[in-house]
Write a protein that binds this ligand. Sequence first.
Ligand SMILES: [Zn+2]
Length: 266
Amino acid sequence: MTLTDVIGVLEAAYPPARAESWDAVGLVSGDPAQEVRRVLLAVDPVAAVADEALEWGADLIVTHHPLYLRGTTTVATTTPKGRLIHTLIKNDIALYTAHTNADVANPGVSDALARAVGLVGDLVPLQPFADDPWRGLGRIGEPSEETTLEEFAARVAKGLPRTSWGIRVAGDPGRPVRRVAVSGGAGDSLLGAAKAAGVDVFLTADLRHHPASEFVEAGGPALIDAAHWATEWPWLDSAASILRESGVTVETRVSATVTDAWTRGY
Ligand SMILES: [Zn+2]
């Protein structure tokens, strides 16, 4: 298989045209004509992931987060990103990113998150595209039976990979939970949509004190804030399945290296 073949599968699932205008998705390094046998999937393009790729003999790393979201004037080894680029190029490892185009895809990042925390049945976008009601940001779904915020939070903690500080919950622990909205990654911008949707809980990451406090005070849904990395990690297996089921004969591996920025909780 060539890198072009693999990219073809990824771009059919995650069309780059659906990425946000500020985003930087697609091929970051590598030659489209190079051969690809092993694909490592990871959330972040960081040194630990490049080391893992090197050790396993990966030809391609597919990450969710872009390496360069803004422009750069150097890839010298004097910067962490430059060092990463050097490691990749010297070892013929390509790097490809599917970011906001994977967020809005169906199935996308939030579908995988919803399934990981036990939501069943149809999942509908929290903020659908005007031209496509089955694609867009976030997902709304239901647990298999009515539960409480406390029990649902326990399921979230169990369903997501462990991180240093686990999850944080805002709201009455006994609150009934029938409908849940989820959004992988930083979901601040979807607080209004979660409230308008009338869900019981909104699960996302990177929530800040003031918006969260005001939201709960105003009677909005309960909030569950998980580690950013943990909310996006379930998508890696979904993307790996798409590659495996596409007919491209590549070996896939999902990186289990925790690359969340927060490494200790006390
Ligand atoms: Zn993210």
